[in-house]
Design a protein around this ligand. Sequence first.
Ligand code: SF4
Length: 101
Amino acid sequence: MRRRRGNRAGKKNFVPSIDVEAWLAKNPMSMVTCPNQPGNLKISAQSCVKRHKTANEPRFATIGAEPFNLFVFKMNLKPCADCELGARLAAKAAKSDMAAA
Ligand code: SF4
């Protein structure tokens, strides 16, 4: 029989108290639904832009099967490289960065 483990400090586990539905209702443009990742992924527009930019960095073109962890990372970003939504959001972010500067 497996014993139940309590945390060491004897405190209750942290549970975030964010009402996700209320937050999404207030910030409808902050999240996008990814058309390429599995599971109807909702991702923040900022993270989507980061993934698109990272996927299109030239250094990823030279990564082969080794080191394996980088290969896995590269393959995870593969759908982002040619993604139209990611490109559109990246262009929009670059435009707003230029306007702010
Ligand atoms: S860049 Fe495209 S594939 Fe990548 S997370 Fe954004 S929407 Fe999804």
